[in-house]
Design a protein around this ligand. Structure first.
Ligand code: FNR
Length: 187
């Protein structure tokens, strides 16, 4: 089964984006293996740390390198994506020439309690991903306006239209990884 490194842009214990990542992992479990990467021990980017590189950075880079695709799940902070996520992205792209994101098929999703469900933050993130050679899926986009009653305690999606929409998203992402991963490794 293809593996997806999942990078969540929130460290918060009760993060709705962490929960959303788990909901998607559960929904996709027969198609894709989602490896949710823990960012809680990632220091702020500092070139000097490469002199004695922290194990957490090596682990982050290893998990992304080993994945067939990468999924970014982020809250929106003040109309952008979060510094936690940008920091992880910056580590992943260095040292120069060792960008672990390069040519990875990717996707972006996010949720917020507000009506636009992280749309502006996702748009900014897509611009950054283009510059680091992530091959980001364009459609379907997922801007989820979070409601606690969309999901049950076992991470099943209760709302029928939300479940059907997210199943379609999983299907597209699995096919995107197959298609783009194959194309990029053979070229
Ligand atoms: C927010 N929040 C927020 N929501 C939104 O839809 N658009 C925004 O621009 C912002 N800005 C913002 C800035 C900062 C500093 C914080 C802490 C929060 C609210 C945000 O969506 C909400 O707190 C989510 O619960 C954060 O996601 P996690 O941590 O629960 O995954």
């Amino acid at each position: 089964m293809k593996k997806v490194a999942v990078i969540v842009g929130s460290l918060r214990r009760d993060s709705i984006n962490k929960k959303f990542a788990k909901v998607l992992a559960h929904l996709a479990k027969d198609r894709l293996h989602f490896d949710i990467v823990d960012l809680s021990n990632i220091p702020l980017y500092n070139d000097d740390l490469w002199e004695t590189v922290p194990e957490s950075i090596l682990e982050l880079k290893r998990r992304i390198s080993q994945a067939d695709g990468v999924l970014f799940v982020s809250p929106e902070y003040n109309r952008s994506f979060t510094p936690v996520l940008k920091n992880a992205i910056d580590w992943g792209t260095r040292p120069y020439g060792k960008n672990v994101f390069s040519n990875k098929p990717g996707a972006v999703v996010g949720t917020s309690p507000g009506a636009i469900g992280s749309a502006v933050g996702q748009s900014q993130l897509r611009t950054v991903l283009a510059s680091i050679h992530v091959v980001t899926m364009g459609q379907p986009e997922v801007y989820l306006s979070w409601k606690e009653d969309l999901f049950d305690a076992d991470l099943n999606i209760v709302n029928e239209s939300t479940r059907s929409f997210l199943e379609t998203w999983v299907d597209h992402f699995a096919r995107w990884i197959d298609r783009m991963g194959g194309e990029l490794t053979s070229s």
